[in-house]
Design a protein around this ligand. Structure first.
Ligand SMILES: C[S@@+](CC[C@H](N)C(=O)[O-])C[C@H]1O[C@@H](n2cnc3c(N)ncnc32)[C@H](O)[C@@H]1O
Length: 291
């Protein structure tokens, strides 16, 4: 037994006591809410109103495991097993990167830029969990949406997310850096190409948190120090041949690499090239249109 009384209140106190050296009060409230929502389907108000309710032994084990894994630096989203992204509940696990709020901003920008368009053909390169592709399908129900990734595990997860959200997106295994050899990409034409590719130079590893480094797939994060914009160069080259005239190219980028990314795009004669900042005021997105 790890709490004196098996009640919701005692369990909340236990979580707070164990987590408070590492997490702020507001973070602990989020953790408590998500853990109780996952295990017992509690809303925030259920949590307030049911403090004297009893918990079973297996419930207590669940909450103890959540605490243990958090103290072992595992990201909360992997422990809970899902996350919310653009209003969709998506499964997440170590097969793919946890979708980030900045990426949600990228999706919002695309939706704003193409609001009201019908029958779009949309390609999401380096799709991971499928978060961008599925969000765009939910925003543009008449669109044909394709997501590609090099990793089998990520693609399995993306397909599971397509099933659980009921959104029809086709996912394919493609090495984006070898797009010239891809049957899926060759000869296809698109209205929108979007990508959040790996963009962290390996040298930045030393400054990164353990919960990212020890749990998230490195293939999703890192690029070689000597060519950190390799994905943008290849994707811009592909997009210049496959985006329709006026088609939109949208990238999430490394905050320090905006100008280098813009250069890759400009070399392919795109027009209306712009850099947008995220909510943290960091240069986070590049947009351009095919001439
Ligand atoms: C930064 S993650 C983005 C995942 C997802 N789009 C998101 O925004 O959360 C980059 C993704 O690129 C994939 N990737 C890495 N190298 C690749 C390659 N050569 N071709 C295609 N996908 C690749 C990784 O598997 C990973 O899923």
């Amino acid at each position: 037994m790890f709490v004196s009384k098996n009640t919701v209140a005692a369990c909340l106190d236990y979580m707070k006591e164990r987590l408070s050296p590492r997490f702020s009060e507001s973070e602990i409230r989020v953790i408590q809410h998500l853990a109780f929502e996952k295990r017992l389907g509690f809303s925030r108000s259920d949590l307030m109103l049911n403090k004297t309710e009893g918990l079973s032994e297996s419930d207590l084990l669940f909450f103890r495991d959540v605490v243990k894994r958090l103290l072992n630096d595992e990201p909360l989203q992997y422990i809970i097993g899902d996350t919310e992204f653009f209003g969709l509940r998506l499964k997440v696990d170590k097969r793919a990167l946890i979708p980030r709020p900045e990426t949600e901003e990228l999706v919002h920008q695309i939706v704003n830029k193409r609001d009201g368009y019908e029958g779009l053909r949309i390609l999401d390169l380096c799709t991971g969990s499928g978060c961008i592709a599925l969000s765009l399908k939910s925003a543009f129900p008449t669109a044909e949406v394709v997501g590609v990734d090099s990793e089998e595990g990520a693609l399995e997860l993306a397909k599971e997310n397509a099933i659980s959200t009921g959104l029809e997106v086709a996912f394919h295994q493609v090495d984006v850096l070898k797009w010239r050899e891809s049957k899926v990409l060759k000869d296809a034409k698109w209205d929108i190409i979007v990508s959040n590719p790996p963009y962290i130079p390996l040298r930045d590893k030393q400054d990164m948190c353990t919960n990212v480094l020890s749990f998230e797939p490195h293939v999703a994060l890192f690029v070689e120090d000597d060519d950190p914009v390799i994905f943008y160069r290849e994707i811009a080259a592909y997009a210049s041949t496959s985006l329709l005239s006026g088609g939109l190219l949208g990238f999430e980028i490394h905050e320090d690499l905006a100008q280098e990314t813009v250069k890759q795009v400009q070399e392919h004669k795109f027009i209306h090239v712009s850099v947008l900042t995220d909510l943290q005021e960091k240069e986070r997105m590049v947009f351009a249109e095919n001439a």
